[in-house]
Design a protein around this ligand. Structure first.
Ligand code: ACO
Length: 401
């Protein structure tokens, strides 16, 4: 149970030393698997040796052996719908080009009274309602976003708007289109190692605000949305995060950026160090700049590897999952990954046509629609993967309900 400052205090102080979660940092990534009476230590990444130790063998107290289950989801999208034909009126493109190359037909764009925060709050309320959890029973809110409406983060405002007067902690996670997978894994770590009970993971992004609407190579891709998932502590037998596999590569980050504009700050100082001009001009961010071909290649190469690695850690194969749920970036990427993993089309979740690439929101938005439509049922196993700017990518093998 989380105390008011958000940290678990074991009743026996010496326990704290014993309950370090089993986390391995690998050469090529970060991996962790704990649940279903299985503990996996990754000492050397995807290609490394794995040691399977059951909680009883390791002598780790039951406290850390507990699992986390996925008990509620929700989503929200802005009112304004923008079709491919609408875009063809402002840039040299066509519905045919966009739908054939990407699978996207519509996207939602924040306008008027919509705000990212309101979308996040709406999605969060729906997830809490589905899980039948009171906002004040939340121990932690993780807001996965790269486009907060306040530079210092949005999670505490969502905490306030939800009326969480007793929730000790809310903070943001920035990892673009991989944000939600990272948030989910972080929630699990807080539950398994930190004693938290109810963690709300929100994926929310308003990338339309950072799109160059005159660049047909990028403006056709993105939309805005929010999705939320309630992750709850449970017994190890009910665990809903079977394994995961996370990576980042700053070297490839140049292929997809929305970085701060160069303000020539060095010209504020003369060669002898005296101040030439002060204060500096206000900084602002550039629009999204992307080498689409490189990002495409990266996704098609790295995502299947990551999913295969996560499946192996969970002791599963692609043929044993019920659903494949990828970050919704491009239908051709989704199809290529499904083909590589030999997952049949009817087991692939996709709502990209209606919303485009909604960054950190895309996985919980698609999951929410699939759960509410009855596609995804309690007990179903899902291989989920996010990928995008950073570069970052990662997978999680999850069980719904
Ligand atoms: N309409 C018409 N023509 C277009 C358009 C458009 N909207 N966009 C580009 N073209 C043209 C190009 O100018 C080019 O013309 P040319 O051959 O005369 O030079 C031609 O179409 C081919 O362009 P490519 O960029 O090679 O097209 P490609 O097939 O690679 O598709 C796309 C581009 C859709 C962007 C694809 O590369 C892609 O989806 N990449 C991955 C993006 C992604 O997954 N991002 C995820 C992360 S997002 C995040 O993290 C924030």
């Amino acid at each position: 149970m989380a105390n008011t400052s958000g940290f678990f205090t074991p009743s026996v102080p010496s326990l704290r030393r014993k309950i370090q979660p089993t986390i391995g940092i690998s050469r090529s990534g970060f991996c962790f698997s704990e649940g279903s009476c299985r503990r996996v230590v990754c000492s050397s990444g995807i290609e490394g040796a794995q040691k399977h130790v059951s909680p009883s063998e390791s002598g780790v107290p039951k406290l850390v052996s507990k699992g986390c289950k996925l008990v509620g989801c929700g989503s929200a999208v802005p009112t304004l719908s923008v079709s491919n034909d609408d875009l063809a009126r402002i840039v040299d493109t066509s519905d045919e080009w966009i739908s054939v190359r990407t699978g996207i037909r519509n996207r939602r764009v924040i306008s008027g009274k919509d705000s990212l925060r309101n979308l996040a709050v709406e999605a969060a309320r729906k997830a809490l309602e589905m899980a039948d959890v009171d906002p004040n029973d939340l121990d932690l809110i993780l807001m996965c976003t790269s486009t907060p409406e306040d530079l210092f983060g949005g999670a505490p405002q969502v905490q306030r708007d939800l009326g969480c007067t007793k929730t000790p902690l809310a903070y943001d996670i920035t990892a673009a289109c991989s944000g939600f997978v990272l948030g989910l894994v972080s929630a699990a770590c807080h539950i398994r190692g930190g004693g938290f009970r109810n963690v709300l993971v929100i994926g929310a992004d308003g990338l339309s605000r950072f799109v160059d609407w005159s660049d047909r190579g990028t403006c056709i891709l993105f939309g805005d949305a929010a999705g939320a998932l309630l992750v709850q502590a449970c017994d190890a037998e009910e665990d809903g995060l079977l394994s995961f596999d996370l990576h980042s590569d700053g070297e490839g980050g140049r292929h997809l950026t929305a970085s701060i504009k160069d303000n020539k700050t060095d010209e504020l100082l003369s060669s002898n160090g005296s101040v030439l001009d002060f204060p500096p001009k206000r900084f602002s961010y550039s629009c999204i700049q992307m080498n689409g071909k490189e990002v495409f290649r990266f996704a098609v190469r790295c995502v299947p590897q990551s999913i295969e690695s996560a499946l192996e850690k969970a002791g599963l194969t692609a043929s044993s999952i019920d659903w494949l749920l990828l970050h919704q970036a491009n239908q051709r990427i989704i199809d290529a990954v499904a083909t590589r993993l030999e997952v049949p089309q009817e087991q692939v979740i996709s709502n990209l046509a209606n919303y485009g690439n909604t960054s950190a929101a895309s996985i919980p938005l698609a999951l929410d629609e699939a759960v509410r439509s009855g596609k995804v049922k309690p007990g179903h196993t899902i291989a989920a993967a996010g990928f995008g700017a950073g570069l970052t990518w990662g997978s999680a093998i999850i069980r719904w309900g």
